[in-house]
Design a protein around this ligand. Structure first.
Ligand SMILES: [Zn+2]
Ligand SMILES: [Zn+2]
Length: 393
């Protein structure tokens, strides 16, 4: 893979993989990344930087300052693992039962740390500042929002942000770099359907929360098919449905949990209203009432046109024009919290290789990174940072 990472030395490439395996062996869940934080801080100190630790609990921020005027570029890596039990018997298998780096965040941390080391060796940045952000709790717990609340976009103020995600559904050697909406917004809802318990043989006497809940599940799909513009993608998924406890008792309540996804801001804003109205009406037909709790997790990832053009040019320069895939996904990422405040680009670096068995979906127990993708990601970050903060005088 030297061909795709000419700036890295052999020892940097080896260190990148070793570091990723170390993180992989010691996964930690969101806001519990204390060992991870320690390793990151130690690495940054070894580069002569003064990392701030404990940001949003377990986050780390370090600034590489050229000492010369210029913009500040933020590079972000997430840190958290998932409550998944690793199935494969690899040398670097998770040593914590029930916890696994099943999304590749181990690779992101190793990549950003190695990129920082390479940039340091090259005497970069030439102007402005590079802000290295290691963010806890990306997996649905609002890590990005907490980091921003603790001032990660200020002091020094950030002008632009970049982040990558390794992507197993994309072959190694390819990248997905798309301007505009790239990943969907993520909302989480809970609907409580309230009926009245009774005898299973006398259904006419009480409102049945289970039947009403089933009607709500079905009716919610009409938000996508009838209520929103078909040109604008939306997903409504009910992922959990709990009701009843016995074969001969009518359920007095049903609890549904689900998620909505959208690209378009206007559609996103309309979703809580749709869910509430549809759930209420569908339950009412069956004599039941509902309580709807709607939680916004994060908005859609929308890439800035200019920053995306910069990334596309860099990717094309390293991997070739036809390496760029026009892929978008209804999955979400809290990197949108940064990108809705400063111009930036979030992109996928392919890490799927069928022969190596690294095409399992993210979050699955069989997930693994193609380690040949790591130097590619690292080289891209190095080039992007160097070019963005290149001396102009
Ligand atoms: Zn994930
Ligand atoms: Zn992820």
């Amino acid at each position: 893979m030297e061909r795709f990472s000419p700036t890295l030395t052999d020892s940097e490439r080896a260190d990148l993989v070793a570091l990723r395996r170390d993180f992989h062996r010691h996964p930690e869940l969101g806001f519990q990344e204390t060992r991870t934080m320690g390793v990151i801080a130690e690495r940054l100190r070894a580069l002569g930087l003064e990392p701030r630790t404990g940001v949003a609990g377990t986050g780390v921020v370090a600034v590489m300052d050229s000492g010369r005027p210029g913009p500040t570029l933020l590079l972000r890596s997430d840190m958290d693992a998932l409550p998944v039990t690793e199935v494969a018997d690899r040398a670097y298998r998770s040593e914590t039962e029930g916890v696994m780096h099943a999304c590749g965040h181990d690779g992101h941390m190793a990549t950003l740390l190695t990129a920082a080391a390479v940039l340091r060796r090259l005497g970069e940045p030439k102007r402005g500042r590079l802000k290295l952000v290691f963010q806890p709790a990306e997996e649905g717990e609002g890590g990005a929002e907490h980091m921003i609340a603790e001032g990660v976009l200020a002091d020094p103020p950030v002008d632009a942000a970049l982040a990558l995600h390794y992507w197993s559904q994309l072959p190694t050697g390819e990248a997905a770099v798309v301007a505009g909406p790239f990943m969907a917004s993520v909302d989480d809802f809970t609907i409580r359907v309230i009926g009245q318990g009774g005898h299973a043989a006398m259904p006419h006497e009480v409102p049945d929360a289970l039947v009403a809940g089933a009607a709500v599940v079905t009716a919610l799909q009409t938000i996508v098919s009838r209520r929103t513009n078909p040109m604008l993608p939306v997903v409504v998924t009910v992922g959990a449905f709990h009701a009843g406890h016995a074969f001969n008792v009518i359920a007095d309540k049903a609890v549904l949990r689900g998620t909505c996804r959208a690209f378009d801001e206007e559609v996103w804003l309309s979703l809580p209203g749709h869910v509430e109205r549809v759930a209420k009406a569908a339950a009412e037909v069956h004599g039941c009432t509902v309580e709807v709790e709607f939680q916004r997790l994060h908005r859609a990832v929308v890439n800035d046109a200019e920053m995306t053009a910069h990334v596309r040019e860099t990717v094309a320069g390293l991997l070739g024009e036809d390496s760029i895939a026009e892929l978008r996904t209804m999955g979400g990422e809290d990197v949108s919290e940064y990108l809705s405040r400063v111009p930036g680009c979030f992109f996928f670096v392919g890490s799927g290789d069928a022969a190596k068995g690294t095409m399992a979906p993210h979050h699955s127990a069989a997930f693994d990174l193609d380690e040949d993708a790591l130097p590619i990601g690292c080289e891209l970050l190095v080039r992007l940072a160097r070019d963005y903060l290149a001396g102009e005088d």
